[in-house]
Write a protein that binds this ligand. Structure first.
Ligand code: ASP
Length: 404
């Protein structure tokens, strides 16, 4: 049986058993069941630092040779990052209107202390690690991200055989991390059951509606982002009407929706862009694979919705500064998210830990993650295609002015 089906069954079982057991069983469940959930959360946390470091270095080095990339590389990356930041903001906007999870009021195990939002200059200072090992030991995500970006740039600048050794090393290490995460995710049905059971026992049926509203927020947010941001990109800079664009990319969108993997959708996205949207081979074979690796608008939007949801559920008020922090970490985290099913959930753990939101919220999201993954992956690859047609148009204009 498929893992996501198992996780969904675990969610349903936790609800059924929790409702049947009733509040009297809370003592027993807190003593015997909840700790197993904590072990599952610890396993996920265990992988955050290694996966961030290795996958970000791989993401950076997949840019290729920094000198050769020049103009097109920088523009592409800026567009990718810009649309991603907008996506999180849309996620916040939709969740801010709908307030998923508000009123549910779960208590986290242990004390929940949301980190104070620091001033903007403090954020920049804190982003640069004086000691990367210390940052890793303390799981300080932003400094680790900055360190990883520098390592990536350093490797690209060194180039040649030496760089190849390190690229292969980080690539292999990232692969191992994904393998381990895969193994941990095999335990997700048990983890989700043990995390959710105490929640259901304590709160009764009230936990169900908020989950549906999270799905609604992610779906609506993705639709808004696609219609507003990608239609604008297509029309204003991409030389296509929104209709042409969405029609051209529709097959890839469907494949992404069903496979939940940007990486698996890459070949069909390439084909769609080249054959239906007339993008040159040269541009699409650089911009699309890069996008499948580092551009995850849907994942970022989902991080915005889910972090607000988790804050609501645990009765935490996020300040503007903390939201900005989530935009920043979420944007960077989406670079390090692999284009495979479920990768966004691990990165969500990272974003939560950066602002100090309770990890227990992950269990709620994990139960419906596959459905959320369908929407976000679909948006992820559509974003890659939108940026690709813009870059293709830019290149065509550049070629025209160069020959004129
Ligand atoms: N499944 C997504 C993708 O492949 C990544 C994620 O889990 O957010 O694009």
């Amino acid at each position: 049986m498929n893992l996501s089906v198992k996780i969904f069954i675990a969610l349903v079982l936790a609800v059924v058993v929790g409702l049947a057991a009733g509040p009297d069983s809370l003592g027993f469940i807190n003593w015997w069941v909840a700790p197993i959930g904590t072990i599952f959360i610890n396993l996920i946390k265990m992988m955050i630092v290694p996966v961030v470091l290795t996958s970000l270095v791989v993401g950076m080095t997949s840019l290729g040779d920094t000198r050769k990339l020049g103009r097109i590389g920088i523009k592409t990356v800026l567009l990718y990052l810009g649309t991603t930041a907008v996506a999180i903001a849309i996620g916040f906007g939709v969740a801010g209107l709908v307030h998923p999870g508000l009123g549910l009021d779960l208590a986290a195990t242990g004390e929940v202390k949301v980190k104070e939002a620091p001033g903007i200059m403090q954020v920049f200072v804190a982003m640069v690690p004086a000691n990367p090992v210390e940052a890793m030991a303390k799981a300080q995500i932003l400094p680790i991200i900055v360190f990883a970006l520098f390592v990536g740039v350093g490797i690209l600048q060194v180039g040649g055989e030496k760089a190849q050794i390190l690229i292969k090393f980080f690539d292999a290490a990232a692969e191992v991390c994904y393998k381990i995460i895969g193994l941990i995710m095999e335990l997700a049905p048990i983890g989700v059951f043990c995390l959710l059971l105490p929640v259901v026992v304590k709160n009764g049926p009230a936990v169900l509606l908020p989950l549906l509203s999270v799905i609604g927020c992610v779906a609506v947010g993705c639709a808004i982002h696609a219609v507003v941001v990608y239609s604008t990109l297509a029309k204003v800079w991409g030389g296509h009407t929104p209709m042409q664009f969405f029609k051209g990319v529709s097959e890839a969108m469907l494949i992404a929706f069903t496979t939940c993997s940007s990486a698996a959708t890459l070949p069909i996205n390439m084909k769609n862009c080249q054959e239906k949207l007339g993008v040159s081979r040269e541009v699409s074979s650089f911009v699309l694979p890069l996008g499948a690796t580092i551009n995850m608008d849907g994942t970022a939007l989902y991080m915005g919705v889910c972090s607000l949801f988790i804050a609501n559920v645990f009765g935490i008020d996020l300040s503007f500064g903390q939201m900005m922090m989530i935009v920043l970490t979420g944007t960077l985290a989406s670079i390090g998210t692999a284009g495979v099913p479920g990768a966004g959930l691990i990165m969500l753990a990272m974003v939560l830990s950066t602002v100090g939101l309770p990890m227990e919220g992950l269990a709620l999201v994990a139960g419906i993650d596959r459905v959320l993954d369908m929407f976000r992956t679909c948006l992820n690859i559509t974003g890659d295609a939108a940026v690709t047609i813009v870059m293709d148009e830019e290149e065509k204009k550049h070629a025209e002015t160069a020959t004129a």
